[in-house]
Design a binder for this molecule. Structure first.
Ligand SMILES: C[S@@+](CC[C@H](N)C(=O)[O-])C[C@H]1O[C@@H](n2cnc3c(N)ncnc32)[C@H](O)[C@@H]1O
Length: 224
């Protein structure tokens, strides 16, 4: 499908899929969305801890890069797994302005290493951050009780409803440890129902700028 680079309202870039009229990030601000949905309502629940994160849709690497930067402030040790079936091209990567927009020029090499790392091979970014990118379809994810936190960042229900199904959320649920958390920018009733059906406890939270709401789903440990 044809893709083009566009700028979002906070100045950060994203990729736009013409046929679907769908962006990789919110048109109201890619960085703002990532900070709100995945960092504020996800990563910040785990200060001073070691944690394993699964990202659904590695895409441009924005979420992994922001997670790296923020994890330093929160004294976290991260094992990061990014799943992606259709990696972006070098030209698309070169057009992304996240390092500049985040004023993270000192960490340019981290962003580059994240992208240069070989698919399927764990890469040590530094002593407290490791990354493995898996080129895989979301439908094939079959990890069991491995992750503390999932960034569920698939394209929207409007264009890929099959990725918001009970089958996918069952796999997400299975891949989390007890009390593990899934965060997503989505806030549709049909998505919430699928999450609840597989056992998640779902909270509706205020959304990022430009979006009213979002969901956080928790795998509550079962009472004995
Ligand atoms: C909303 S974008 C992810 C944006 C990404 N988190 C970022 O920060 O750039 C959704 C991603 O899911 C990928 N994707 C779409 N369908 C998929 C599938 N069935 N399995 C795996 N990846 C898929 C797309 O290639 C795209 O990179």
């Amino acid at each position: 499908m044809e893709r083009e680079i566009v700028q979002t309202e906070d100045g950060s870039t994203t990729i736009h899929i013409k046929e679907w009229n769908e962006n990789y990030h919110s048109k109201h601000g890619a960085i703002q969305e990532a900070q709100h949905v995945f960092i504020k309502n996800g990563l910040s629940l785990f200060p001073n801890q070691s944690l394993s994160i699964l990202e659904i849709g590695f895409g441009t690497g924005l979420n992994s890069f922001i997670t790296y930067l923020e994890s330093k402030k929160m004294n976290q040790k991260i094992n990061y797994t990014g799943v992606e079936a259709y990696p972006i091209t070098d030209a698309e990567l070169q057009a992304m302005n996240y390092v500049q927009e985040l004023q993270a020029q000192d960490y340019q090499s981290v962003f580059d290493t994240m992208h240069d790392s070989i698919w399927g091979k764990e890469t040590t970014i530094d002593s407290s951050f490791s990354l493995i990118k898996r080129q895989q379809f979301f439908e094939e994810i079959d990890d069991i009780e491995k992750f503390d936190l999932i960034y569920f960042d698939a394209f929207g229900y409007r264009v890929q409803p099959e990725l918001w199904s009970t089958e996918i959320f069952q796999n997400m649920y299975n891949s989390l440890i007890d009390n593990g958390v899934l965060v997503t920018y989505a806030a549709r009733g049909v998505v919430k129902r699928s999450m609840i059906e597989v056992g998640f406890t779902v909270e509706k939270l205020a959304g990022p700028p430009g979006k009213r709401e979002m969901f956080r789903a928790t795998k509550k440990s079962k009472a004995l």
